[in-house]
Design a protein around this ligand. Structure first.
Ligand code: ZN
Length: 504
């Protein structure tokens, strides 16, 4: 397959061919074109994006939720649910925003005339409203009713534990439903030029992780899984990971599905002030919460070392990064390990020095600045100037870009925009956060391609080079010298292993 008339990232040539799923030869100019050659009309060709952390199934799950953030009237509510073709859940309902002078009720949902189950969850997560169809499904699913004080069937109101009762039948996906969601997300990410994705899927639903695995296995063995998928195996307890190893799941590979590394949620978030910090959050005594202590992490590491499995552990607070560093220092890692800290947002200079000494990498999400920009200084005080040190990380340790989708959009261009400008698109009047910590366009691309491939342990992925896997994208409206163009750049062609997976 021959492509010509292209701007090829990192090269002077303008044409290339693909053979056997790999880049074969790059050419300066070609005379007569064969009739089956593809004219790329002067557009940019980049390596496919390797998103190093997110939640693949979670992207489909979240897409089914409808945000009621801007729902002021019942008319707005109708618009939110127009066109639903099955169960739908609205989230972030706020009775201050949708101001009826009372709580939303079942009768309001019935008036929408939607024949499918509908649940609306209040912004606090402790109160829900359901229509009759949703209530019927829940009643048929359970052999018991929720505690009387938590439910009002007439008004469709549910509180606390009764919400779980109401939601249970809708959040217990079968293998077939999981497969559907994987395929939905796959179509979604291919449009953004994401060709490889490291994903934490084991805890999206309260179902056994093996059900998730079965869904991936069935798709991958039938070649229906087209995106390269690396499962960041989230096994919350030592018992679970022991069982996982005993069953031989380490390094399992089916088609484009590869198992590993290990994932753990070692702390919480900045927004909820649950990320574990060395100093308290400004104006409080709170230093956040560690979900695992050093000794438990060492117990994980000893098992991972035995099976030569990497880790990619979530750490936002500086104390969390420190505990991981200490665990690695005391336990040691297997030879050739490629460990990573996911987020490393509040990791400071002191921790980065230690990460460098131990070669612990980072999987960062600059796009988090979009939401965090207004709270960094108020939550952290003087520590703020020692956070989001992405350039320092990039220069010190293997550092890749990722989105953590669906926490934010999977759009790589917006993530790169945040990495390069250090600003928020949402809060565009706020000044950039530590402009010196910006990546260049080139660094942002490398972090999204070759550095992602590093953590995926793919030595011939993430660059437009002879002999590399032919994963590439063609991008319209992109000017690599104009960062603003990232806001409107779109993908017109996504190719994996030389095969076209998406095309406008
Ligand atoms: Zn995540």
């Amino acid at each position: 397959m021959l492509y010509y008339n292209a701007k090829i990232y990192g090269r002077n040539e303008t044409a290339f061919n693909v053979r056997g799923g790999k880049f074969d030869t790059f050419y300066h100019s070609l005379g007569q074109m064969p009739s089956d050659a593809t004219d790329l009309n002067g557009q940019w060709v980049l390596p496919g994006f390797n998103d190093s952390h997110g939640h693949f199934i979670g992207i489909a799950y979240m897409a089914k939720m409808r945000s009621l953030e801007k729902t002021h009237t019942l008319q707005d509510l109708k618009a939110v649910f127009t066109g639903v073709s099955g169960f739908a859940m609205g989230v972030k309902y706020d009775d201050k925003v949708l101001d009826l002078g009372r709580y939303l009720e079942k009768a309001d949902l019935e008036a929408l005339n939607i024949p499918h189950p509908i649940i609306v969850l209040r912004v606090c997560g402790h109160f829900a409203v359901a229509n009759q169809a949703a209530i019927e499904v829940a009643k048929a699913f359970h052999d018991h009713s929720p505690a009387e004080q938590n439910v009002d069937f007439d008004r469709g109101h549910f509180k606390e534990e009764a919400i779980k009762w109401l939601q249970a039948p809708f959040f217990n996906p079968s293998v077939d439903q999981l497969k559907e969601e994987i395929l939905w997300t796959q179509n979604h990410v291919l449009k953004y030029g994401v060709t490889a994705f490291a994903s934490d899927d084991f805890i999206t639903y309260p179902v056994p992780y093996e059900r998730v695995l079965e869904a991936y296995q069935e798709l991958a063995t039938k070649d229906a899984l087209r995106v390269r998928l690396y499962q960041q195996a989230h096994l919350k307890t030592l018992d679970l990971i022991d069982d996982f190893f005993k069953k031989g799941y380490a390094h399992k590979k089916y088609g484009r599905f590869t198992m590993g590394p290990s994932k753990l949620l070692v702390d919480g978030s900045l927004g909820a002030q649950t990320a574990a910090m060395k100093a308290p959050y400004q104006g409080t005594n709170n230093t956040g919460l560690l979900n695992y202590d050093k000794e438990t992490l060492k117990a994980y590491l000893s098992r991972l070392n035995k099976y030569k499995m990497d880790f990619a552990w979530h750490a936002i607070g500086d104390q969390t990064t420190q505990v991981i560093i200490d665990a690695v220092r005391e336990q040691g890692l297997f030879k050739g390990a490629r460990p990573a800290i996911i987020h490393a947002q509040l990791t400071g200079l002191e921790e980065i020095k230690q990460m460098k000494a131990l070669n612990i990498g980072a999987q960062i999400q600059p796009i988090f600045l979009d939401d965090d920009l207004p709270i960094i200084k108020t939550y952290l005080g003087p520590k703020a100037s020692d956070t989001y040190l992405f350039k320092t990380l990039y220069d010190s340790v293997p550092t890749s870009l990722s989105t953590d989708a669906p926490i934010v959009s999977v759009n790589p261009f917006l993530n790169m925009y945040a990495a390069i400008t250090r600003t928020s698109i949402k809060y565009n009047d706020l000044p950039p956060h530590l402009k010196d910590e910006a990546l260049t366009m080139k660094e942002a691309i490398e972090a999204y391609t070759s550095k992602g491939a590093y953590f995926m342990r793919q030595e011939k992925l993430g660059a437009l080079d002879e002999g590399f896997l032919a994963d590439f994208i063609v991008v319209k409206d992109l000017d690599l010298n104009d960062v603003e163009s990232l806001k409107k750049a779109t993908v017109t062609l996504t190719v994996i292993d030389g095969e076209i997976e998406y095309q406008v």
